[in-house]
Write a protein that binds this ligand. Structure first.
Ligand code: M6R
Length: 366
């Protein structure tokens, strides 16, 4: 079943082009998006939504954090993202004109299910779930649904479920933007084309595996690692740190790079590798000055740039370039080298990649 791969995680990382192509298959060659993608009542339920509330756990939560940048930046919809286990026990202010979005690979995560019940008990009945398992408990509980077609995900570390969730969340963003008159026909056609290009774009990023494997040797002996990103790439830094923690047991933290000087900079020395997610976006110049602060303290930098980022390598600054610049979708592409990095560090350390200690694939208890 594993074919040419050593582990399910590696197989699932490499299945991402197909998983995305399947998830986006219904777009065909269309130049405009059909709101019905999320269910027959999509337009009716979304048209007067005032805000979006995303609840999820773990990697799915990170997908929600990326989506907030898209929903607010592209569609102009206010968006909050909450960890499901916190939301369900918090006294919050509810608004019936909220779209509650639950994200889950398995659709069986107890905290996410309970958070949805909690939101409904507060009178929020416009519900959408983005889920990878059509017959799961979560799917049955929602008015609207979008099934990602990543296929079964067996490795405990979630990979292809994350990127397909992001593709679905980008579609949701485009639907909101369209309903709010913020999407011209030309831009809409270009956005759909960008989505259709994703499988090819992901394939090109996967070709970086041998170079990432070389970097992984440097990490295997470390105790700690720091991941940095800004804007929509901060959640990608969080996801990179989670992947590393889960399967290599190296302590990793992620920060929005602007926060460094407010505390974590004190941790940086020559033994702390710092991984930066650095595509060419509006915050790249700011990120570069944050990275100089790291270098000045002797921290070794590993930078994932893209074709357009002005980011030269130098002493203690290792730069790997993703082959294209992907605009808004760069978050989806930039997680892939971080998945591969965690995987290869785990191989060097000899950990149980697909079944890391203390973790279960599906967390059906509180
Ligand atoms: O099935 P779900 O997406 O609801 O699962 C949520 C988390 O338990 C899951 O993403 C977890 O964090 C993964 N092990 C991360 O790789």
């Amino acid at each position: 079943e594993l074919g040419q791969y050593r582990h399910y995680m590696q197989k699932e990382i490499f299945e991402q082009p197909v998983a995305l192509a399947n998830t986006l298959e219904m777009l065909g060659t269309a130049r405009s998006i059909q709101p019905g993608l999320f269910g027959a009542k999509t337009e009716e339920l979304l048209s007067d939504v005032r805000q979006v509330l995303i609840v999820a756990c773990g990697t799915s939560y990170h997908a929600g954090l990326v989506a907030r940048y898209w929903l607010e930046g592209i569609a102009g919809v206010p968006c909050n993202v909450e960890v499901a286990s916190e939301y369900r026990y918090r006294d919050s202010v509810s608004d019936p004109q909220t779209l509650v979005v639950t994200l889950s690979q398995s659709g069986e995560t107890a905290d996410t299910l309970a958070a949805l019940q909690h939101a409904k008990s507060l009178g929020m009945t416009r519900t959408l779930c983005i889920c990878n398992v059509p017959e799961s408990s979560l799917v049955r509980e929602n008015a609207l649904r979008f099934i990602t077609r990543a296929g079964p995900e067996i490795g405990v570390a979630s990979t292809k479920a994350f990127t397909t969730q992001l593709a679905a969340l980008y579609l949701l963003t485009l639907i909101f933007a369209k309903l709010r008159g913020r999407l011209s026909p030309e831009v809409e056609a270009a956005e759909l084309q960008a989505l259709r290009h994703l499988p090819v774009a992901v394939g090109k990023v996967l070709a970086l595996e041998p170079a990432i494997q070389t970097w992984s040797e440097d990490f295997a002996m470390k105790q700690d690692a720091l991941f940095l990103g800004r804007g929509r790439h901060y959640p990608i830094a969080l996801e990179g740190a989670l992947k590393l923690k889960e399967i290599t047991y190296i302590h990793a933290e992620a920060y929005p790079a602007g926060e460094l000087k407010h505390g974590p900079l004190a941790l940086v020395d020559k033994d702390m590798p710092v991984i930066a997610v650095a595509p060419n976006d509006a915050l790249l110049e700011k990120l570069k000055s944050n990275l100089q602060e790291v270098r000045a303290r002797g921290g070794e930098l590993y930078v994932f740039a893209d074709a357009d980022s002005e980011m030269p390598a130098s002493e203690g600054v290792h730069v790997m370039r993703l082959p294209e610049h992907y605009g808004q979708l760069s978050a989806l592409l930039h997680v892939i080298p971080l998945q591969l990095l965690a995987y290869h560090v785990a191989l060097v350390r000899g950990t149980d990649v697909d079944k890391p200690r203390n973790l279960a694939k599906s967390v059906t208890v509180e």
